[in-house]
Design a protein around this ligand. Structure first.
Ligand SMILES: *[C@@H]1O[C@H](CO)[C@@H](O)[C@H](O)[C@H]1NC(C)=O
Ligand SMILES: *[C@@H]1O[C@H](CO)[C@@H](O)[C@H](O)[C@H]1NC(C)=O
Ligand SMILES: *[C@@H]1O[C@H](CO)[C@@H](O)[C@H](O)[C@H]1NC(C)=O
Ligand SMILES: *[C@@H]1O[C@H](CO)[C@@H](O)[C@H](O)[C@H]1NC(C)=O
Length: 451
């Protein structure tokens, strides 16, 4: 019996072990390649994904069996595209990629100068415009010293300074090597430009004896090299304009910028790609709300109906996914809004200290409810680049004073009290005088009669 139990236990344990990857959204990855053999060019990249417990399914772009959906359900949690050749199959279309994102799937697209039309249309949907086929980003001042011809092998550390996406070691670490196509990212606020070209760069074809006689699509630091979009449902799409960026050759290559004496024994590509895939596959920069509560300042019970002008406390717990576990989130700019059509009150939430075993940090706000009654929404709307969005709403009702909640005697009403009292006194006085005078009158008349 005990043996059977332990076998059952191990089967369950194994099951959970396999299912649980480092990502918060799932472990099934579809990798699309031009040829099966191409896998060998990126062994370090794929090994690092497998080391993080992802289940990789390799397919070639010409495989007719590729499907992102089956009976309307997503078959994969993430999609990595390394395929560059002209699309032969119709399974990966811009429409299917869009619905993959709308369903919460994450996408990492490595794009070279052989960009396919499907990818271009998909990128355009997200407000990213890639340059023409066969163009490269060229920079005559920031190239690897080995590149003595076209100057397309860029050396760059012009990366976004956002620690939700890239760790400090990568931002300050050795520069990365990049050879590929540039793009222009639009102004959609959901877009983050992760790496840009230097001011001296431009994007053009690189034929022999090429003369630049047309205005390039983009010049200078408006050329995006790596950009990402986080959709409203928190799905992430990352565009990397270079396929070689992921190659073992670039991972292991020494780097020396032209005209610079500083040389690095290894490029920063491996660490960069590690952070970039962690972010894209939702292993970092992921927030969640763990708890929320509200009550009156001197009570501890959560009510649904409060009174106008009550002193009120709102608390929300937020945790962040860091190094494969949920930890307290350290933000100092979380705000609370009290809304009825428009925000009536917007206050900063203050972070409370946490103890060691806490997985979430509590944020608290003290406020006095407004002098308006009705149904209000308490909303925490936290959207910062690099982090998943938090939109957390609770509804409360604010009622007016009950008739017996008003104070009994108010000083402003003393004229009325005096008025009522003087009226009473006056009435008594009048009655008294009238009765006395009547008696006197009667006796006088009677006196006349008798006379
Ligand atoms: C970059 O330049 C260094 C130094 O010359 C060289 O060793 C390395 O191979 C170059 N990298 C690539 C990818 O060509
Ligand atoms: C652009 O390139 C120049 C020349 O190499 C360099 O001095 C400068 O720091 C670079 N700018 C950025 C933002 O990387
Ligand atoms: C390279 O450096 C040399 C001397 O340090 C300088 O004269 C030259 O102008 C530099 N070239 C470029 C393209 O910056
Ligand atoms: C809330 O915090 C922001 C910055 O975090 C600050 O600029 C602002 O003044 C604060 N508002 C209040 C009401 O304290």
């Amino acid at each position: 019996m005990r043996q059977i139990l332990s076998i059952v236990f191990f089967v369950f344990a194994a099951f959970f072990f396999i299912v649980e990857s480092k990502s918060t959204t799932g472990s099934r990855v579809l990798v699309l390649l031009d040829k099966e053999d191409d896998k060998n060019l990126y062994t370090k990249f794929f090994e690092s994904l497998e080391g993080r417990d992802y289940i990789l399914t390799y397919k070639t772009a010409s495989d007719p069996s590729i499907e992102l959906f089956s009976y309307g359900e997503r078959v994969f949690d993430h999609f990595i595209n390394f395929a560059q050749k002209k699309d032969k199959t119709d399974n990966i279309t811009p429409t299917s990629l869009i619905s993959f994102v709308n369903n919460g799937g994450n996408i990492l697209l490595a794009i070279s100068s052989e960009i396919t039309e499907n990818i271009r249309i998909f990128a355009r949907e997200l407000d990213i415009e890639f340059d023409e086929r066969d163009t490269f980003v060229i920079d005559h001042f920031n190239y690897n010293i080995s590149d003595d011809g076209k100057h397309t092998l860029l050396v760059s550390n012009n990366v976004v300074n956002n620690e939700a996406i890239l760790s400090k070691e990568v931002i300050e670490g050795p520069p990365v090597l990049f050879r590929g196509i540039g793009h222009k990212a639009g102004t959609v606020p959901l877009l983050t430009k992760i790496m840009r070209a230097n001011d001296t760069a431009y994007s053009y074809e690189t034929k022999d004896g090429q003369v630049v006689d047309q205005e390039p699509l983009a010049i200078g630091n408006s050329i995006g090299l790596i950009s990402a979009l986080q959709a409203r449902n928190n799905a992430r799409v990352t565009f990397v304009g270079s396929l070689e960026f992921f190659s073992d050759r670039f991972f292991d290559s020494p780097v020396q910028k032209f005209n610079s004496s500083k040389s690095y024994p290894r490029s920063g590509n491996e660490a960069f790609v590690n952070d970039l895939t962690k972010w894209t596959l939702q292993e970092k920069g992921v927030l969640r709300v763990t708890s929320r509560s509200h009550h009156k300042e001197d009570e501890y019970e959560q009510l649904e109906v409060y009174r106008i002008k009550d002193n009120f406390i709102y608390t929300i717990g937020i945790s962040e996914y860091v190094n494969d576990q949920w930890q307290p989130f350290n933000g100092n700019d979380v705000q609370l809004e009290l809304i009825m059509l428009d925000p009536y009150i917007r206050v900063n939430l203050t972070a409370l200290p946490t103890t060691k075993n806490n997985h979430a940090r509590k944020y608290e706000a003290h406020l006095q409810l407004p002098d308006v009654y009705g149904v209000f929404t308490l909303k925490v709307n936290y959207k910062r680049p690099g982090y998943t969005y938090i939109v957390d709403t609770t509804t409360i009702t604010i009622r007016h004073f009950r008739h017996n909640e008003y104070p009994r005697y108010i000083s402003a009403a003393y004229p009325y009290y005096t008025g009522a009292a003087s009226m009473g006194i006056g009435f008594l006085l009048f009655c008294f005088i009238w009765i006395v005078n009547k008696d006197a009158g009667k006796t006088a008349a009677e006196k006349k009669k008798t006379n």
